[in-house]
Structures are given as structure tokens and as C-alpha cells.
Design a protein around this ligand. Structure first.
Ligand SMILES: Cc1cc2nc3c(=O)[nH]c(=O)nc-3n(C[C@H](O)[C@H](O)[C@H](O)COP(=O)(O)OP(=O)(O)OC[C@H]3O[C@@H](n4cnc5c(N)ncnc54)[C@H](O)[C@@H]3O)c2cc1C
Length: 423
């Protein structure tokens, strides 16, 4: 077995390019977590099947493989497919959270991307920073997040509107109180990242199947096998279902409290006569008017795609009962929200045409915390999901945690337990 890199439990975890460090994740991740690559000649006993090759399942499969297990990853439409939640162009990374665990997972995820990009032979992570438009002097989220940055020795800046106007003249700041700037945040290329993870998984010895899992057979407190759409039956010691919105179809009794909701990604043409709206001139951004009508976020100009504006529309966006059957079209009134946002924050883009639009979906839990737990009726069946619109950036580290949890190296974290969603 090739020893690629030993990560010491106490190893510092770097989020910044410059080397600011924190150690908190040592509490969450055991020493073996990312230490070895798999070699089929030296398999540990037990085959593991991971269903779903999105941000959560793909990374979980890779981590399990590196712990020496025989892992099969299955996806009905392929890694990062266009119907999945992970199928978009880009996803933001930001460490500000009101819970320490997500802050730590973000830092760890960034480290994992940096460590794995050379093995993938491509760049997926872009740390061009993030600016957060704040409408109030204090917000509960930032009051809690600020000390986490400080404790970790990571930079976070509170920028006055006068200074912001000098640094980012392409942003209109009217109505804001200030701007927060996290220079180590940025974005990941989402679909490309899932494909890169799956490719790496295969390169390192994992098996990938593009198939639909039709059903699992639970008997005597265990799943012994799953049946694929082509009738093939797969047996394994453990099964991880990281199926995004499809969890609501596969395990309806466990997922009654989940809601699948629409979110929009609109690409506006960058003006040809100025480069202000490319990622080297403007960080990623979030407009979180917590009392306002909608939340918006965006990535300027990744891969020359245009200026991306993401929006969670306020109206009629619950599609739990039809998420895989309706036409994913952006509505005229939703495009008006985008125009409103452009006028209020990026006036130089007013009049620029919309060049691409897509509808994507989150799987919301009532508390917005993820799910990672054993099925109550089957000790070897693991349910992973409930991304709540913030899971992509954390796929790498949450997958690492999932691998350790499935192998019982660490306990189920109560925050992600299923029991909170039952009853
Ligand atoms: C518009 C938008 C913007 C977002 N922005 C951000 C952001 O800025 N930052 C961030 O961190 N997150 C963001 N997110 C959220 C992020 O994309 C999700 O949290 C993440 O992609 C969830 O990944 P997942 O693996 O849980 O689910 P998915 O990506 O949906 O993967 C589940 C996979 O399971 C497969 N599957 C399901 N059922 C079966 C079956 N029976 N058999 C075989 N395969 C099956 C599916 O084909 C699918 O590929 C955003 C989401 C949207 C929609």
C-alpha cells in the first residue's frame, strides 16, 4: 500500500494561502482519515457501496477507498450531473458560519482540495475572496463567526463603505452598513469538481457504475443487497446513500421533514469594454439582506462564463413532490428580481443581456444542518444529505467525516443525526 501522506492528528489545518492555521478539526478527524491510497491487493475486509456521486457521495467514496476498502460508487446520471444539486458551474466557499463545526469543515475542505488538485491534474479551487454585503452594523451570524476567524488566526476584514467604494468601484453600496471581506474564501468549479473526484477515485482503484439503484432489501436489521435498474444485485458490508433530493423518494419515512427547493443561477454578459467583472478584479459576493425579500450570491466571470448571480427566490419554490419531473424554467418575475439586484448593486451591468439561466435544487432540513446517520432499521445503511444549500464547499471534509463515521472510527455527530427529523 502506497503511503502518500501521513496527516498527523495535530497537523495544522490551513485555510489561507498564506499559512494561517487552526487545529480544531483534529477533534473531528482521526489520524487515518486521509493517510493512505487504496491498492486492491491489500483490501480491508468488506465491500462498501456509495450511492450518489455528488459533492457528498463522491468524496465519501474516495475517503473510504483510501482507507483500504473495496468501494463501488454508483450514480444514475453520472458525477456532477445536470439534474443533481452539485451540477452547477460554481459554488462559493466561505468559512463564516454560526457553528464552529462548519467553520472547521470549511477549512479542512479547502486543505483537501489543495492537497488533491495536483493528483487530479486540474484546478477546481479558486480563492479570489468573498465580499459580504451587510445591511446592519451587527448580524448574529457574524458576531459568532468573527471570533472563530480570530481564534484561528485567519484574516477577516470589516470594510467601511467609503473604503469599499475605492477597492471595488463596480459595487454600489447604497443601503449597506458595511462590507465584510474574507480574502481566503472564493469558489469551486462544481460539476468539474465532481468529475475530478470520481476520476481520481477510479484512478486509485475504485469502481464506478452509472446505474440507478432501484431498491434496498432490509432484513434482520441489515441491508444485504441492493437491486439496480438493470436487475443486477449488489452485495456489500455497508451502503451509503448520498442521494441529494432523491433521498425523499428513497426513504420517505425518514425524510418527511425535508423540503426540496428551487434556486436560480443567472449568467449576465460581462461588458466587453471592461474587465471589472472578472474574478481577478472582483471577489465572489453575497447579498444577505436578512430581512429582505431574497438572498443573492455570485461569482464574477469564472471560466469566461459571464457574471453569475445566484438567487433563492422567495415565492413558490417548494418542489419536493415533483423535483425530478417539472420543467426547470426561470420565471419572468424571477428575472425581474435579478434585474433589481443588478440595478441596486452592479449598476454597470444594467442593460447587459442574460446569457444563460438554470434552475438548481437544494434539499433543506428544518434546521439547515446536514444528515449523516445510520438508518434506524439497518445498522449498515447510512443516510447522508440534507445539504440545505451550503453543502458543496464541505463535500471534501464532510465526506471524510462520513467515511470515519461509517467505519465507526468516530461516533455519529448529534448535529447530523436523523432522530431530530423523525417523529
Ligand atoms: C443554485 C445553487 C447554488 C448553490 N450554491 C452553493 C454555494 O455557493 N456553496 C455551497 O457550498 N453549496 C451551494 N449549493 C449547495 C450544493 O450544491 C449542495 O449542497 C451539494 O451539491 C449537495 O450535494 P449532494 O451530493 O448531497 O447531492 P447531489 O449533488 O444531488 O448528488 C446526489 C446524487 O445521487 C444520485 N442518485 C440519487 N438517487 C440515486 C439512485 N437511486 N441511484 C443512483 N444514483 C442516485 C443523483 O444522480 C445525484 O448525482 C448550491 C446549490 C444550488 C442549487
Amino acid at each position: 500500500m502506497t503511503e502518500q501522506k501521513k496527516i498527523n492528528r495535530r497537523q495544522v489545518i490551513k485555510y489561507s494561502l498564506g499559512g494561517a492555521a487552526l487545529t480544531a478539526l483534529a477533534e473531528l478527524v482521526p489520524e487515518t482519515a486521509v493517510s493512505k491510497t487504496s491498492d486492491k491487493r491489500n483490501l480491508k475486509t468488506g465491500k462498501i457501496v456509495v450511492v450518489g456521486a455528488g459533492a457528498f457521495g463522491g468524496w465519501t467514496a474516495l475517503h473510504l477507498l483510501r482507507k483500504g476498502y473495496d468501494v463501488t460508487l454508483i450514480d444514475q446520471f453520472g458525477p456532477g450531473n445536470n439534474q443533481s444539486s452539485s451540477g452547477g458551474e460554481t459554488r462559493l466557499i466561505r468559512a463564516f458560519y454560526d457553528k464552529q463545526i462548519y467553520f472547521d469543515l470549511t477549512c479542512r475542505a479547502v486543505e483537501l482540495w489543495k492537497e488533491n488538485e495536483p493528483r487530479m491534474g486540474q484546478k477546481v479551487l479558486f480563492q479570489n475572496g468573498l465580499i459580504l454585503f451587510n445591511y446592519k452594523q451587527n448580524t448574529p451570524e457574524l458576531d459568532v463567526a468573527w471570533p472563530m476567524y480570530k481564534k484561528a488566526g485567519l484574516p477577516i476584514e470589516k470594510i467601511s463603505l467609503a473604503d469599499a467604494a475605492k477597492r471595488w468601484p463596480q459595487v454600489r453600496t447604497e443601503g449597506l452598513d458595511h462590507i465584510m471581506y474574507d480574502p481566503n474564501a472564493g469558489y469551486l468549479e462544481a460539476r468539474k469538481g465532481c468529475i475530478a473526484v470520481a476520476d481520481l477515485f477510479i484512478k486509485e482503484g475504485g469502481s464506478f457504475l452509472q446505474q440507478k439503484v432501484q431498491k434496498e432489501s432490509i432484513a434482520n436489521g441489515k441491508v444485504n443487497s441492493i437491486t439496480l435498474a438493470d436487475g443486477k444485485v449488489l452485495e456489500a458490508e455497508s451502503f451509503v446513500f448520498a442521494c441529494g433530493p432523491w433521498l425523499t423518494r428513497l426513504f420517505p419515512a425518514l425524510t418527511k421533514k425535508l423540503k426540496v427547493t428551487r434556486a436560480l443561477e443567472i449568467f449576465v454578459a460581462s461588458p466587453s469594454d471592461q474587465s471589472d467583472f472578472m474574478e481577478n478584479k472582483l471577489p465572489t459576493w453575497m447579498d444577505r439582506d436578512l430581512d429582505g425579500p431574497f438572498r443573492a450570491f455570485g461569482v464574477p466571470g469564472s471560466a469566461f462564463r459571464g457574471f453569475k448571480i445566484g438567487i433563492t427566490p422567495p415565492m413558490d419554490n417548494n418542489v419536493t413532490d415533483r423535483f425530478d419531473t417539472y420543467d426547470r424554467l426561470v420565471r419572468p418575475e424571477e428575472l425581474m428580481l435579478v434585474q433589481k439586484l443588478v440595478a441596486s448593486r452592479f449598476p454597470k451591468l444594467v442593460g447587459q443581456p442574460v446569457i444563460e439561466q438554470r434552475v438548481c435544487q437544494y434539499t433543506m432540513t428544518p434546521d439547515t444542518d446536514f444528515i449523516l446517520d445510520q438508518h434506524p432499521e439497518a445498522s449498515n445503511l447510512w443516510v447522508m444529505g440534507g445539504d440545505s444549500g451550503h453543502g458543496y464547499k464541505l463535500g471534501a471534509s464532510f465526506g471524510e467525516m462520513a467515511a470515519s463515521t461509517v467505519l465507526k472510527e468516530i461516533k455519529v455527530n448529534e448535529l447530523f443525526a436523523l432522530k431530530r427529523l423523525l417523529g
